[in-house]
Design a protein around this ligand. Structure first.
Ligand code: ADP
Ligand code: MG
Length: 733
């Protein structure tokens, strides 16, 4: 049997840990006997490479072919570095790193690695987690889970210092990232992560850069020497000086300058601390926000645990003591805590999915129920009792058309700090187009703002195989959104009552998201279409009995549906006409209500024959309306008072109302032409063609969702409703 390991894939250092025969988790040293492996790779011209301490040394000496700090660029598209004609991405470099760690750990332990938990900064979003997971899989690891670094550190702490109800703040300042996580220890040896936040661009490297600036400044003061390369020299020295200043009050850096010879500069700890005060302050801001969001004060925090190599700087300990009023704990080894915690987590049972509920306050969905407490059961005795629940750092949403159709917004689906794994399923109306190939596009966002521009587009899904509904009614698409235990996004879709998932392809987010930025804060004029007012009139005389009436109503509904995404103000009304006219629906922008009223129209509701005409009522309602005015009149026979109808229709035309005369059956084409006006004019069709023709007319008037082969899901004006969830990808049921 092989082993289960935890791997801390750090920006500057990596570590691998496992639970030993004594039931204690410990770091596995690398082939050189070191517990930490620098995250540095040196490539040679034949394509071979070395990893770890030797590569780091080469980097420090400024040798060719060295790649470092690539974790910071995880998720950025494109090449991170190129050596000897080969390109490397942050993902491919991570893969090399992980493969090497695996190889060495297997060699040192003499055992095969069966499963691995790989850690990532809590603040890593979809764009960083997805390539990290792929890198680990491509490195030949069977990845049990990606877990957040501070969560792993909390597990390491809890394994030795469990105290029920204690609230512990994990302050994790590594080489490239800062993570801040609040955990609470609960009954039944549960460790719950409550909040997590951070900054993926803040770490020891920033302290190095400030120190390098300070060194350059000092050299220039001393020797009036300016060489463009000096900053690179200084940066190389900075980390050493920084580390020296952690144990001494002053430290020196030596430089060999061309044309000048060697020089030495001295920096005091005080100078260094002053020059980096703004960096400490950035972490204070995040601490305060986190406590505020929980309505907690420092007094409510039982312990602050320091993790990450950069918390070795005395300034950090001092700063935390001064901020929190208590001595921070360094009972965990800040370099090893993450790997050890990950090794513990590699032996815990998987957590069940939490199911989220939609609340009524318009598309806001939040967690109402947490995952149930899992059975307490782990592989290793001494750690058997622990269980952990983690949260996600980023709010998940999708691009959707806003309520008045004037632009796009981020529709929030799962809030940040929701327990993971988590899923939510919603049902929405979806309009298929007439023939074949119905697809829907769903663009996923991370970020809490409703403004798409302020969010990160993380991926998109193309849902295909949506079956066309020949009745032209909207079909129901159920879509399930989830964050798996790795914090990675999944989208699944089902049509109607089917229990089969439709094909859903995950693709990178669109390169250019700018079209979705328009019209959110200030809708540009061009995005908005002119107001539209439409009165529909349908002949309900006796000759419409049976199929004609059914088809007419279906066509009218389809017509209304086409305007569900109209990019402007649209109002539609409907009336029945035979011996009398009756307005069944006054002009309204509530298209769902209008559709319902049309459904209630019945044959002969206003008499058996065709004595009346609809034009006076149309004129009444549209004459003074704003925008484009249209009357759609559907008839199947000949009207009793033709001339009167034509005169009234002409009056409508004179008031700028476009009349579309639609007929089928015995309808008289000459008459239809006489009552029609405007660009579209008179149309005579067969009964079968009625619905598609109504669809086309609607599209010509500026409606239309059916016209595009693929449309953005979520354009419907009817809000999504909650529906039953189903198994998520990889969910064990
Ligand atoms: P990561 O996990 O991001 O690789 P680590 O937690 O291993 O980061 O921390 C590495 C960072 O800690 C580096 O920036 C390194 O310079 C810094 N560091 C390590 N030891 C010390 C020390 N004694 N004093 C100050 N900084 C240190
Ligand atoms: Mg680390």
């Amino acid at each position: 049997m092989g082993i289960k390991v935890g791997i801390d894939l750090g920006t500057t250092f990596c570590a691998v840990a496992m639970i030993g025969d004594d039931g204690k988790a410990a770091v596995i040293p690398n082939e050189m006997g070191e517990r930490l492996t620098p995250s540095v790779i040196q490539f040679f011209d034949d394509g071979s490479y070395i990893v770890g301490a030797d590569a780091k040394e080469a980097l420090d000496y400024g040798e060719e072919g060295c790649a470092a700090v690539f974790k910071r660029s995880m998720g950025e598209s494109g090449v991170y570095c190129s050596f000897y004609g080969r390109d490397y991405t942050a993902q491919s470099l991570s893969e090399i790193m992980l493969r090497e760690l695996k190889k060495q750990a297997e060699k040192v332990t003499g055992q095969r690695i069966d499963e691995a938990v790989v850690t990532v900064p809590a603040y890593f979003g979809e764009l960083q987690r997805e390539p990290t997971l792929r890198a680990a899989k491509d490195a030949g690891l069977n990845v049990r889970q990606l877990v957040s670094e501070p969560t792993a550190a909390a597990m390491n702490y809890a394994a030795d210092h469990f105290r029920e109800n204690a609230k512990v703040l994990i302050y994790d300042l590594g080489g490239g990232t800062f993570d801040l996580t609040l955990v609470q220890m609960k009954k039944n040896d549960r460790v719950d992560v409550i909040r997590t936040t951070g900054n993926s661009m803040l770490g020891g490297k920033n302290w190095d850069e400030e120190l390098a600036k300070l060194l350059v400044q000092k050299i220039e003061e001393d020797v009036e020497y300016t060489e463009c390369d000096i900053h690179t020299h200084a940066l190389r020295e900075a980390e050493k000086v920084k580390i020296a200043l952690s144990s001494a009050m002053k430290a020196r850096a030596h430089f060999t300058l061309d044309d000048y010879g060697s020089c030495t500069v001295e920096v005091t700890r005080e100078e260094f601390d002053d020059a980096t005060a703004h960096l400490r302050e950035k972490t204070r801001g995040l601490c305060i926000n986190l406590l505020d969001s929980m309505k907690l004060s420092w007094r409510d925090i039982n312990a602050v645990v320091l993790v990450g190599g950069s918390t070795r700087m005395p300034q950090i300990k001092k700063f935390i003591k001064q901020m929190s009023g208590r001595e921070p704990l360094s009972r965990v080894n800040p370099d090893e805590a993450v790997a050890i915690g990950a090794a513990i987590m590699a032996n815990l049972k998987a957590q069940p999915y939490a199911v989220q509920k939609i609340t009524n306050d318009e598309s806001v969905i939040r967690t109402l129920r947490k995952g149930s407490v899992p059975a307490k059961e782990t592989a290793v005795e001494s750690l058997q009792k622990l269980s952990v629940s983690d949260v996600v750092a980023h709010t998940l949403g999708k691009v959707t058309v806003n309520r008045d159709g004037t632009g796009y917004k981020n529709q929030i689906i799962i809030r940040e700090n929701s327990v993971i794994p988590v899923k939510v399923a919603v049902a929405e109306q979806f309009y298929t187009k007439d023939e074949g190939g119905n697809e829907s596009e769903i663009i996923m966002l991370q970020g809490s703002s409703e403004n798409v521009r302020e969010c990160t587009a993380v991926c998109r899904y193309i849902v295909s195989g949506i079956e066309h509904d020949p009745t032209h009614n909207p079909t129901i698409l159920k879509v399930q959104y989830s964050y798996d235990a790795n914090g990675i996004v999944h989208v699944q879709a089902r049509q109607g009552d089917s229990d089969k998932d439709l094909p859903a392809k995950k693709l990178p987010a669109p390169d250019d998201m700018s079209r979705y930025y328009e019209g959110i804060s200030a809708p540009p004029a061009k995005a908005k279409a002119e107001p539209l007012r439409i009165m529909m009139a349908v002949d309900v005389s006796g000759s419409m009995t049976g199929r004609p009436m059914e088809e007419a109503k279906k066509a009218m509904c389809r017509f209304i549906d086409e305007f569900s995404c109209y990019p402007g103000d649209v109002k539609i009304g409907a009336m029945a006409v035979s011996d009398r006219t009756q307005v069944v629906c006054e002009l309204t922008n509530d298209l769902t209500a209008c559709r319902e009223k049309v459904g209630e129209i019945e044959v002969c509701m206003t008499g058996l024959c065709n004595e009346a005409d609809p034009f006076d009522e149309i004129l009444n309602r549209l004459a003074v309306a704003r925008g484009k005015k249209v009357g759609v009149v559907l008839a199947d026979g000949v009207w009793s008072y033709r001339d009167k109808a034509i005169t009234r229709a002409k009056r409508c035309a004179a008031m700028g109302i476009n009349i579309i005369g639609m007929g089928f059956g015995e309808a008289d084409e000459e008459f239809l032409k006489a009552i029609s006006s405007g660009e579209i004019g008179a149309i005579k069709v067969e009964l079968d063609e009625l619905t598609p023709t109504f669809g086309k007319i609607a599209q010509e008037l500026g409606g239309g969702r059916g016209g595009k082969s693929r449309r953005l899901f979520g354009g419907s004006k009817t809000p999504p409703t909650e529906c039953e969830t189903w198994p998520a990808p990889g969910e064990q049921t």
